[in-house]
Design a protein around this ligand. Sequence first.
Ligand SMILES: [Zn+2]
Ligand SMILES: [Zn+2]
Length: 142
Amino acid sequence: MYCKACGEAMNDNQAICLNCGVKTGQGNAFCSNCGNSVNPEAEVCLSCGVATKRSKLGSLDFGTSHSGNGDLGNYNKVTMALIAFFVGGLGIHNFMLGETKKGLVKIGATLLTYGLAGEVLAIIDFVKILTDKYEINPDKFI
Ligand SMILES: [Zn+2]
Ligand SMILES: [Zn+2]
């Protein structure tokens, strides 16, 4: 770990930089991961790629694992898009993503409308997946 104010190497459990007296995590002129100087406005260190901004209550993590960010878990985007396109009317992609409710709704819609409604829902998912707008939500039906 390095002091973010002066770039001096520090122990991980050090509360204050012994070189400049600034509290650990304060300052934005140096990367705490590699000690290289960074642009104070930069989101990530250009030397090591680690996020430079101080996270307030872990706010840096928000948005990466929730709502409409195109996150498909361990699955590849193109693979899921193709599955949604070809067998999406049976909710296969939903079941793979743990979205049982959405999958059952698609099967029901497919059976009731001879495939039409299920396919429409599947194409909507298909477009969302391709445009990184898909949201995995096991509690939703559509
Ligand atoms: Zn310092
Ligand atoms: Zn760095």
